[in-house]
Write a protein that binds this ligand. Structure first.
Ligand SMILES: [Zn+2]
Length: 315
């Protein structure tokens, strides 16, 4: 448990970074989301009835992010606080304790009900647990994999949780939430079918990715994930892991190493050049870059691009 003074320090340090977007609107249901996919789904389902504010700024990946004091002020005034859970946002318990005592914000773990995957990471780093720097070296601890949203199948569960929570804090607009949720669920179902159909046809199933973000996608669509880094992209891999991966790339005839835009591509490029193969993007949809935001990209355009790149790499 983190003492309040340490939390304040975290908040002061975080106050120098880029800001979250949006502000509280009186007379609407104010919804705070922790990161991009939840923001997008909540905005779609909330429509005109909800004002959705995303905490994580554009261009930032969520693993090592921590909230600012303004985020506590906004969340204290909101009706709903939607976070992924499953270990993504280690700062949430302390954050909720620091809300104003008269805050009515209802906190909802959006990944609730997804069949979670645990990972036996060997390098001992973990996900957003601030202040636990000396944990390295445990070979056998199990970590929950937080990347539920990367599979359209679990995104469907998450969308339903978001709809239910909006209806619970704002029953007056139940019909509107239901209608917009149904539209989103139809699109997610279509995406799910497309992934099943297209990936099912491909002869190759092995993917090498930069951080371990694709286990739900791999489980739900029959792929096998090999990650250069762990569940969080901040840990350096060990030399022997890279050697093992290089051997795997050669054995399996893998033609592409996947990297992602919000994380350094240095290791993916190194592995690719050592094995003489190319690199391509596989996006864990943890956030948008500035360019993607300007371009109007969203969960669906990024997942569609992911599917096209998987088809190229695995055919
Ligand atoms: Zn991640």
């Amino acid at each position: 448990m983190l003492p309040a003074a340490a939390l304040m320090l975290v908040l002061v340090l975080a106050a120098c970074g880029p800001k979250s977007s949006g502000s509280i609107v009186e007379g609407k249901v104010n919804v705070i989301t922790t990161f991009y996919p939840i923001y997008e789904f909540a905005s779609e389902i909330g429509g005109e009835d909800a004002n959705v504010i995303n905490l994580l700024p554009v261009g930032v990946e969520p693993h090592d992010w921590t909230p600012r004091s303004q985020d506590i002020i906004n969340t204290s005034k909101a009706q709903l606080f939607l976070y992924n859970g499953a270990g993504l946002e280690g700062w949430v318990p302390n954050f909720l304790k620091s809300l104003d005592s008269d805050s009515k914000a209802q906190a909802v773990e959006v990944s609730h009900g997804v069949n979670l995957i645990t990972s036996d990471e060997e390098d001992g780093h973990d996900h957003g647990h601030e202040g636990e720097g000396e944990e390295a070296g445990h070979g056998d601890s199990l970590h929950t994999d937080p990347h539920t949203w990367v599979s359209p199948k679990s995104a469907l569960v998450m969308a339903k949780n978001i709809k239910d929570s909006l209806q619970s804090v704002d029953p007056e607009h139940t019909a509107g939430y239901e209608e917009r949720y149904q539209k989103l669920a139809d699109r997610l179902t279509a995406l799910d079918h497309k992934f099943t159909e297209e990936l099912g046809k491909l002869p190759n199933k092995e993917i090498v990715v930069s951080h371990q973000a694709f286990a739900y996608l791999a489980r739900d669509y029959g792929l096998s994930q090999h990650a250069i880094m762990g569940l969080s992209p901040d840990a350096e891999p060990r030399g022997q892991d890279l050697v093992k991966l290089a051997a795997l790339v050669k054995e399996e005839g893998i033609r592409y190493i996947f990297f992602e835009e919000l994380v350094s591509d240095k290791l993916a490029k190194t592995l690719a050049s050592e094995t003489g193969v190319s690199t391509m993007v596989l996006n864990p949809v943890e956030g948008l870059t500035e360019a993607q935001q300007k371009n109007g990209d969203n969960y669906f355009t990024l997942m569609e691009k992911n599917l096209q790149n998987l088809i190229l790499a695995l055919q």
